[in-house]
Design a protein around this ligand. Structure first.
Ligand SMILES: Nc1ncnc2c1ncn2[C@@H]1O[C@H](COP(=O)(O)OP(=O)(O)OP(=O)(O)O)[C@@H](O)[C@H]1O
Ligand SMILES: [Mg+2]
Length: 311
């Protein structure tokens, strides 16, 4: 049974069509990934689903309740973890959670139990009395998740919960999300990190230009992109020269750089590898690591749109 049904959703800001006929459905109990590049329309879609924005057209049903007609009932089922943490810096973790609990209609009997419960879920029990202004970025993000869970929602909507935080906090958040399965909460997880979506999600929708361009389980999606491989070359010093030369090699679909790594999407990694190596050495680069990956969501996205998820 679908806990969320989105049909032909449209939303424009002035002349910009942020969401342009998006349709997808999320099944009860799954972790559903919404993957897309910057500006794809992910946050706008989620704001529409949460009832924070009003759609120009289309339908949103949450457990059968139409957000446009039965907004209160529909919204009660949803917990939100926004892209920017919404916390009061001068209040303690507990006080913030009490605030969000009260806003979400918990009475004083339920409140303390719920606050302690969600602090435990995100592993911040020992910082319960600490002021938010003293929290690290990762801890704020974790508390933000706790706030989204405070009223025990059936559907938790998470908008890029790991952007801009350290790897340790990121892993902590990924584990927290994975463990939400044990609490029978359905999760929509938005990201432009392919690895996170591949690690967490049962099903994935890929969004670009306000539309869902593909939807399915990971293996269903990967089947569609199976002719591409991704070659990752770690360099001691990255140069744009190297990238632009490799981009012109025959059989290279797309290159992009990330940290000190050059990623090459190609349909023939074995053939490209020696040529890429020669190009790098010829430009004075030193290779410290090479990996060939089987097709992943990144290569599928490239195939479907002709562009990389991250530039
Ligand atoms: N309040 C707004 N007013 C005007 N334009 C907006 C507004 N919100 C979003 N947009 C535009 O709508 C498009 C979709 O934005 P949205 O924030 O939904 O993308 P996103 O997929 O969440 O991107 P990101 O990965 O960067 O968070 C963008 O072109 C954006 O500039
Ligand atoms: Mg966004």
């Amino acid at each position: 049974m679908a806990i969320l049904e989105v049909k032909d959703l449209k939303k424009a800001f002035g002349s910009r069509q942020a969401v342009n006929g998006a349709s997808f459905s999320v099944r009860e109990g799954e972790i559903f990934g919404l993957l897309g590049p910057n500006g794809a329309g992910k946050s706008t879609t989620l704001s529409l689903v949460c009832g924070l924005l009003k759609a120009n057209a289309g339908k949103i049903l949450i457990d059968g309740w139409d957000i446009a007609k039965d907004g209160v009932k529909a919204k009660n089922l949803i917990g939100i973890v926004p892209q920017e943490p919404a916390l009061y810096p001068m209040l303690s973790a507990k006080a913030n959670l009490r605030f969000w609990g009260t806003i979400n209609g918990l009475n004083s009997d339920e409140l303390e139990k719920a606050v302690n419960d969600v602090l435990k879920v995100v592993g911040l029990e020992d910082r319960a009395e600490g002021k938010i202004s003293k929290f690290s970025g990762g801890m704020k993000r974790r508390l933000n998740i706790a706030a989204g869970l405070i009223h025990n929602p059936r559907l938790l909507i998470m908008d890029e919960p790991t952007v801009g935080i350290d790897p340790q906090s990121r892993n902590h958040i990924l584990e927290t999300v994975k463990n939400l399965r044990n609490r029978d909460i359905t999760v929509i997880y938005t990201s432009h990190y392919v690895e996170e979506v591949e690690y967490l999600c049962d099903r994935v929708a890929i969004m670009d230009n306000g539309q869902i361009i593909s939807e399915g389980t990971l293996s269903e999606l990967l089947e569609q992109g199976s002719e591409y491989q991704e070659l990752t070359i770690k360099l001691n010093s990255f140069s744009e020269n190297i990238q632009s030369s490799i981009q012109t090699l025959p059989g290279v679909e797309k290159t992009f750089s990330l940290d000190e790594k050059l990623k090459i999407i190609t349909s023939n990694a074995e053939k490209i590898l020696p040529m890429a190596f020669e190009t790098i050495v010829g430009n004075g680069g030193i290779v410290s690591e090479i990996k060939i990956h089987k097709p992943n969501l990144e290569s599928l996205f490239l195939k479907l749109t002709g562009k990389a998820l991250r530039n």
